[in-house]
Design a protein. Sequence first.
Length: 511
Amino acid sequence: MRLGIKGKQIAGVTAIVGLAVVALSALNVARLGRIVLHESEARGQLLSNAILHRSREVVGIGPDPYDALRKDPGLRAILESSIYGENVTDAVIVDTSGRIIAANDRTQEGKQQQERPNLSALLAPDQNAIDQLRVIYSREGQTLEIRQPMVLDDQAFGSIRIGVSTLLMRRELNASMRPALFTAALALVIGVFVAGLLAQLVLRPMHVIRSGLTRLGKGELGVTLDLPKDDEFGDLGTYFNSISQQLMDRNVDPKAKLEALQAYSRKLVALGRLTAGIAHEVKNPLNAMMIHLELLRTKIQKGMVAPVAQPVAAGTLGLSEQHSAPKSGGALEHVEIIESEIRRLDEVLQAFLKFARPEDLKLQPVRVAMIFEEILPLIEPEARTNQVRIVTECSMAVPPVNGDAAMLRQVFMNLAINAIQAMPQAGTLRLACAPSGSNRVEVRVEDTGIGIPPENLGKIFDLYFTTKDHGTGIGLSMVYRIIQLHDGEVEVQSTPGRGTTFRVLLPRANE
């Protein structure tokens, strides 16, 4: 299904808003995930510090410190109350071999503690937000540990291990994301509504112009358009009314008809210039979008790093750490996508302007050999990169052509660059010129590259047609137009796998 201008405008604005919402939502989810992990670690550290503090008072009682820890009612109460902590599943004290000395579940005492992933390692600076969210949203869920070493008389005595569940973290994270998801959906709906409203307002004058053209095409005279006078569409309506009036007042005399036709042509040129002016106006919102994208990129980059300091445990039995929030990844990728699409739209507008803007030719005698000498230094670096050998066969004795030097330089530069790019694995580029019949000069640009498929030969001069991954489809279209403006001809012959030859015929200068 082919979209009209209105549909494309709504789709474009909606896509931009959607990508911005997705980027900001992803950034927010990553931030919330880090917050949940840090809060879980903070709760575990608080419980671990409480157990550590009580353990200091107990280990000196009795000959067996392990037995004292196991039988202390205060420590037992702290361990058993740990399951009431948010996201906490268990709390145990293990000896240096990993055997459980005391636990909130007494049936586990005396057993070997199974090794579990360390939550502190997940919060290390080199861990990104995607890895953290992948752990939280693992299908089966898992239990992470907060570990606190215990030291007695400068010797490792054991450790405190607090287990936290990723399933409980997931539930907490989902509850935190609901308002953000609602806000994102609301922003998207508002964006679609505003895009539709703007499209309706912007395109209304176009419907009026189309109606006027339909009436004019049916032969109705005196057709006028009532458009606001404060914008480009108002100027277009003024020109339309003037043309309509001229057609109505035309004389049946052949000379008057010719004068009317000339005036009509001038009006069409004015319409072309006005259309180019409208294209210029479209570039203004594009530039504004690029500026705001840079601001959005700066804000995202500033919010990537958010240091979070953990409290330092006091005493001789504990160790302390300080962590910083990991860098968020992936958010800038959406900004880059939006920027590339805006740049692509700008390239389309640039191509339109080149075709809509009238060209003023500065015709004078130009020697093709001198043009070749000027473009050689510009194309040689790329030729060396592709290992292409350049051969020039154009003498100063060849008669000059009648042309615009700057435009012809652009023609042969485009043809030479295309030829070099068609030889990625080395080859030969031949630039030649010679007198031709019918008072013309023949210029040939030949390569030994990959050639052009027969089905594409009839399309290569079409605007926006390209087979390159990063091509714009403008270069050969401009070549064809410039040669036409010079009253010349351009032909192409190509054999796939053997090379391509462009043959340009230009009129000789009257010396």
